[in-house]
Design a protein. Structure first.
Length: 256
């Protein structure tokens, strides 16, 4: 089987329209996005209160994150390799600088710094070499007092993802079913001198092929997030990262 790189997999002409339709029509994806919006805005209030924000949305795709934040930040920049996805983003974004580029290969942002860098639905799917190249490129663009926020939408902590992954290994071991643990998330950022200071859990009840009403999922998430011992079981955790402090940083937060 010939494997296409994650970068190349997003470059065909119909990708943008397909991606946008998927996340508008799939019930679970719409639920996750509703939770992600709440958490992103909470992060903005908690870590950037009273501060100007220069945002870089890496692998911005069709502009979901940038459209949520562009009117809440001082400057907004979105970068992606997919022209078709950026074409969709361009229709909804009003004051975001949109750049089509692969910053792991072409440092088009050289010399610029951003105090908020977001990367959603990228690192899970990227092959190990691309993960490493991307995180190295992004840390060079992160301001000293900045925060890097990314998610992992197939966390191995989720019992449903573990179930699906085990079934995949049994039925189609040569196929692709990407998963990432919270431990791998920590190792990824620590490899470039960052640390996770907080993890927000998202998505707890997603049994395969069983539709769950939106309100029930909201209620389950609301209850589960109140208990620290349950947070490890979320499907799509969001991590807030900063440069590692010499004195060890907030160790208690990084263990959440």
């Amino acid at each position: 089987m010939v494997k296409i790189s994650y970068t190349e997999s997003h470059k065909y002409a119909a990708k943008g329209a397909e991606y946008e339709a998927h996340y508008q029509t799939e019930a679970w994806e719409r639920f996750l996005w509703s939770r992600e919006q709440e958490i992103i805005l909470r992060i903005l209030d908690k870590y950037f209160a009273g501060r100007d924000v220069d945002l870089l949305d890496f692998a911005c795709g069709t502009g979901r994150i940038t459209s949520l934040l562009e009117n809440r930040v001082k400057t907004s920049t979105g970068v992606d390799v997919s022209g078709s996805m950026l074409a969709v983003a361009g229709k909804k974004l009003e004051r975001t600088e949109i750049i089509e580029a692969d910053i792991t290969q072409d440092n088009v942002l050289k010399g610029r710094k951003f105090n908020l860098i977001t990367a959603f639905r990228f690192f899970l799917n990227a092959e190990p070499e691309l993960r490493s190249a991307a995180i190295k490129a992004l840390v060079e663009l992160l301001a000293e007092d900045g925060y890097f926020v990314f998610n992992n939408h197939h966390s191995l902590g989720s019992p449903w993802i573990r179930l699906l992954y085990a079934r995949h290994l049994r039925k189609n071991p040569e196929g692709i079913f990407n998963v990432m643990s919270v431990g791998e998330m920590k190792k990824l950022v620590e490899s470039v001198g960052l640390e996770i200071v907080e993890i927000y859990p998202v998505g707890f009840f997603h049994p395969p092929k069983v539709p769950v009403p939106f309100r029930l999922n909201r209620a389950i998430d609301s209850i589960a997030c109140r208990f620290d011992f349950l947070k490890r079981f979320s499907e799509s955790p969001i991590a807030v990262c900063r440069r590692r402090k010499n004195h060890g940083g907030d160790a208690s937060a990084s263990r959440k």
